[in-house]
Design a protein around this ligand. Structure first.
Ligand code: ADP
Ligand code: ZN
Ligand code: ZN
Length: 667
């Protein structure tokens, strides 16, 4: 061993769970954490970020290479962000370089030089106070509680129905921190919700409010990223990747619609922006508000445990009465396009009274089944264990799992008779039927078939919001927090989909979805009407929604989860594997399972490997291994052990595998 050297540990955008050690290029330069550097890597060179500095390395001294070039003159990534990246990668057992580079604007990734401002002054916000609304008692109590903890870490769970004035509380709480020159991050679940939220914040705080999401151009994203870095933005409204923005003076995080599954990234680096929000707030020692009309059961559980502080808003801020709820029992009914006579009549009446109507159906396309009545052949995807959906306008069959299209067969592939039939309802069929039924009504269908084109969703949403369309038909896109000021009535065409699913979270999801859809009705001066069609009117879920008692339902279902040792009473992690041949993924997971069993760790329950609920998807066979524990620590030890085996397994090179810590979907 010679003299100790300075070693810089660099994150590179490669799928390996480690940092890479480099030496300083020469004595004179001063390097520090958070700087971007160019380094030799194999035969190439790459841009990396210095995340750590040490004086020892596992690499023999004569093999250590030097950094070839500095990209920055000072730390571009604040130290707090470097620490956050390190913790996040460890928690999700994900390659740290991929974590560090996730969501970065192109210019930053490519190592483009950045001008650090000479002028170090931060944003200016004026005129904060005089726009604030006079709060009602509930709101005041909630705000006081938040303001009291404005300089320390505390998670607040703000529960309040749609229109109860949560956003007003966000605004007033934020203003306290802006006065201290702190920055505030507001996360929303969907890009389409950013304009609406940005408008509210801009109206209050002016130009220092910016957006950050993946539909912005690289240039816009770079500009926004730097505004945050240089403290020129006061408030950022963004989607989940904004949790990795370079705040150095974070004063508060707000997660709106915190229950929304979109906060969890479902592929690649599977992180929950809500859970990371809590971590980041903790590291920044600042408050975080989780807001929702239908909080996730995890958050309710944490509030009951005293980890989160509960705040409740019990009525609508504008004193509008709650929407009335009606369950429509559709047993023994003759349905047209899935609609009962009673429901059609209600739609007609509302339209006549010039009230806007929203029909919710969670299925796009024309019909989910394409069937031969003679021999009962059903069109199936060749690549997935799934049925093909019939799309009428395009005249094709589409698999909604792999998105492959197939032309319509001229006759039945099994018995060759000529007549094949679309069965069941989708948005497209509903639209076609209603357009014939109400020929003079302007209909807007909003689902992911029509939202693919750039700007199309925005224009449909604004058509809906300013009432150019009277009748809205849509999937869950419409259930999220959009405000439709003219909506008088909401109908759920089929509520039964989530009632009998295998996933233990499906009832929670369904309850949230139904209440969120219902919450769209009757926003401004008038109570709205909500109708839910069902074949199971006595189902306890529907009954508790009818009585508008979400928290009680949550309490009951949490007891069930406790009895069955399910999250949030235990912690889950899934190891998934998929491969082109059936045995490959399964045998990889069997190998892992056998190795893990050898550890004889009683704190961990290992189940599987079992086939995923949809075994074959996009031509790949999928298996999963479930690890379950009462404490996080042994689970994380087991996961570290698993990744070490997987990274060195020969079979793992041929099979695609991934880890999911705190999975929210079990497929
Ligand atoms: P949420 O975010 O819970 O859906 P909002 O904050 O958007 O609720 O409030 C719903 C409506 O009520 C908005 O139009 C808002 O301006 C209004 N509002 C909120 N708080 C008050 C208040 N204290 N007094 C009067 N109107 C209010
Ligand atoms: Zn047939
Ligand atoms: Zn498919």
């Amino acid at each position: 061993m010679g003299t100790k050297q300075q070693i810089f540990q660099v994150a590179l955008d490669v799928p390996l769970r480690r940092l890479f050690d480099y030496l300083s290029p020469c004595e004179e330069v001063s390097l520090c954490r958070g700087m971007r550097v160019k380094v030799p890597f194999g035969r190439q060179s790459r841009i990396g970020i210095i995340l750590n500095q040490t004086d020892t390395s596992c690499v023999p001294a004569n093999q250590l290479k030097a950094i070839s070039q500095l990209c920055d003159t000072e730390a571009l990534f604040p130290l707090s962000l470097c620490d956050f990246i390190v913790k996040t990668a460890a928690y999700y057992h994900h390659p740290i370089g991929e974590v560090a580079f996730s969501g970065l604007p192109r210019g930053i990734k490519l190592g483009k030089p950045i001008n650090f401002p000479v002028d170090e002054t931060s944003y200016l916000v004026d005129e904060i106070e005089h726009h604030a609304l006079q709060l009602n008692l509930d709101q005041q109590k909630a705000l006081d509680a938040i303001v009291l903890k404005q300089s320390s870490f505390q998670v607040f769970l703000l529960e309040g129905i749609t229109g109860s004035g949560k956003t007003e509380i966000y605004l007033q709480a934020a203003s306290h921190l802006l006065l201290k020159q702190k920055q505030v991050l507001v996360l929303v679940p969907e890009i389409s919700l950013t304009p609406q939220t940005q408008d509210r914040f801009k109206a209050r705080f002016g130009q220092e409010v910016i957006c950050f999401h993946s539909k912005m151009t690289s240039k816009q994203r770079l500009e926004a990223w730097l505004k945050v870095r240089h403290h020129k933005a006061a408030i950022v409204i963004g989607t989940r990747s904004s949790i990795f923005l370079p705040f150095s003076n974070l004063g508060m995080i707000i997660i709106d619609e915190e229950h929304d599954p979109s906060f969890k990234q479902q592929e690649g680096f599977r992180y929950s922006a809500r859970d990371l929000g809590v971590l980041r707030a903790k590291m920044a020692n600042c408050p975080i508000i989780l807001g929702s009309a239908t909080p996730s059961f995890e958050s309710i559980f944490n509030a009951k445990n005293g980890k989160y502080q509960e705040l409740h808003l019990t009525k609508r801020a504008t004193n509008t009465a709650l929407a009335s709820m009606t369950l429509l029992d559709i047993r023994h009914n003759k349905l047209e396009a899935g609609l009962s006579k009673v429901l059609l009549k209600e739609i007609e009446q509302n339209l006549k009274q010039d009230k806007q109507v929203l029909l919710f159906i969670n299925r796009r396309g024309y019909a989910p089944i394409y069937l031969c009545y003679d021999c009962s052949w059903i069109a199936q995807c060749d690549h997935c264990d799934a049925r093909l959906t019939y799309h009428h306008k395009k005249q094709v069959l589409i698999c909604h799992h792999c998105l492959k299209q197939r032309s319509l067969p001229l006759n039945c592939p099994a018995c060759h008779q000529a007549q094949l039939n679309p069965v069941g309802q989708g948005t497209e069929k509903l639209e076609a039927f209603l357009q014939v039924h109400f020929p003079h009504t302007v209909i807007a269908r909003i689902d992911s078939d029509v939202t693919g084109k750039k700007g199309h969703l925005e224009s449909l949403l604004s058509k809906a919001k300013n009432k150019e369309a009277q009748l809205l038909i849509g999937t869950q896109i419409l259930a999220k927090g959009h405000h439709f000021p003219h909506l008088g009535m909401v109908a759920v065409v089929d509520a039964d989909g989530g009632l009998f699913s295998v996933d233990f979270r499906s009832v929670e999801r369904m309850a949230q979805l139904l209440i969120q859809v219902a919450g769209r009705a009757g926003r401004v001066h008038e109570a709205g009407k909500v109708f839910i069609q069902t074949f199971h009117p006595q189902h306890p879920l529907l009954q508790s929604i009818l009585h508008q008692n979400y928290l009680k339902l949550a309490e009951q279902l949490l007891q069930e989860r406790q009895a069955y040792h399910l999250p949030p009473y235990t912690y889950f992690a899934l190891i998934r594997a998929q491969g082109p041949k059936k045995q490959m993924a399964e045998s990889l997971l069997t190998q892992i399972q056998q190795q893990l069993q050898k550890q004889q760790n009683k704190a961990i329950t290992i189940s599987g490997p079992v086939p995923a609920p949809m075994l074959k998807r996009q031509g790949l066979y999928r298996y999963q291994l479930l690890l379950q524990a009462k404490e996080r620590k042994p689970l994380h030890q087991m996961l570290s052990y698993s990744t070490a085996i997987l990274e060195n397994s020969k079979l793992a090179k041929k099979v695609h595998w991934s880890l999911d810590v705190d999975p929210i979907e079990m497929f």
